[in-house]
Design a protein around this ligand. Sequence first.
Ligand code: NAP
Length: 478
Amino acid sequence: MTFANYINGEWVSGDTFENRNPANTDEVVGLFVKGKPSDVDAAAEAASQALAGWSKLPGPSRGAYLFKVAEILDRKFDDIAADMTREEGKTLPEAKGEVRRSINIFRYFAGEGSRLNGLLVPSERDRVHMFAIRKPIGVVGMVTPWNFPSAIPAWKLAPALICGNTVVMKPASAAPLSAWRIIEACHEAGIPRGVVNFIAGSGGSLGNALVGAKPLKAISFTGSCEIGQWLHGKASERRLRIQLEMGGKNPTIVLADCDFKSAVENTVNAAFFSTGQKCTATSRVIVEESIYDAFVAALVERTKKLKVGNGMEPGVDIGPAVDEGQLETDLRYIEIGKKENGAPLAGGNRITGGAYDKGYFVEPTIFADVAPNDTLAQEEVFGPVLAVMRAKNFEDAMAIANNIPFGLSASIQTTNVSRVFDFVYGAEAGLLTVNLPSAGVEYQLPFGGTKDSSFGPKEQGPAAFDFYSDYKTVYLKY
Ligand code: NAP
């Protein structure tokens, strides 16, 4: 099937590019229209024209549209989840979890349409009523990655729309179908023409047009540090409001007093599920010396039981890398690990033979005794490669955890409540978990990192309004 772009309420066709299933490259998931810079201009213009009408609708009416989008996604739940497994490779249960999250995100922000709280405060002056209302910022550009191909578009689009903004979205080329399904639902829900626009195509050829589109007032980006940095430079020249969610090198600290079995399980889950391709995945596990050997042995034993394969098959824990480029990155870092840290204790190879030859499968890989300045302790792999690091004690573990330029997520496994609070106040990351995997967030609280991982207001929860709306302040004498 060919999936067209969506501009001003019309499906727009053109030259296409292929999207193939990373678990079976014989299967073409779909053909997507290769957007051109002129399409981006047309989409931004359409969004600009639609802005007045959409932003004047009462918030609850915009909310009603978002509830409809959620309803439509819910109705097609099984198909949309299967599409995601086919385009991105994550297992079907993981894909279902993500589609459920997207539906919940639309419902959550639909409800916010009836609130959109401003501020009302007492004045120092007699008979002066002072308040601030929220207003939209205008046309917003969105650039999304492939790893959460539905949830990330949803968590940008839903708050943008409920605040009264109009949108031009560019999805990741490796997994555009899940975002397309959301746009299709917006169309079916009857969202007025021009409010939502969707242009697939390579970021390299569309990026300039998007960040340069005259009507644009803001841009929300999730992806690599390199592209985020470039976009930031371009957006700043025009004083666009910008939000960047980028890379990570997330630690899990395991202390001797942890619940051992769940610490192993949480680490394996955070490091390897979704093929290690979650931005909040654990890529460094920092283990207190006194349990180091026992923990590493248990980690390796558990990891060796993981089943890698086509995510559509029941019993498969881990799907393929998303594409050939990511597979090569994973294998390159594994080679670096072998040189710097010796043979891995688990994995270390591409999986081949039979059906595996048709996909981009990598063994979940563990390197032990990785030192704080080794490559695998510093650079993001974004694949199923875990560095195990030794810490003398809690303080040493914290120093190692914070010794990176990134600050997305961090986790601790301990039963000592004082250590938990020391971690909460001392960890240099925007998302913390305690006795849970480092990955696995919900939509009701702010999401985002610190240090080189992020820039600008946070996403999701009430924090989303800090990016997608502005205050208008009123002083009124009566
Ligand atoms: P990426 O290469 O930066 O791509 C992200 C998006 O940017 C894609 O839509 C891509 O389009 C687009 N893009 C590429 N070049 C562009 C340009 N010159 N101008 C504008 N857009 C451009 O990142 P990725 O490989 O998809 O995703 C992996 C990275 O995302 C990892 O570093 C991961 O940590 C990060 N990530 C972070 C979070 C978070 O919340 N912090 C969440 C998920 C992922 P094409 O696909 O067409 O190249």
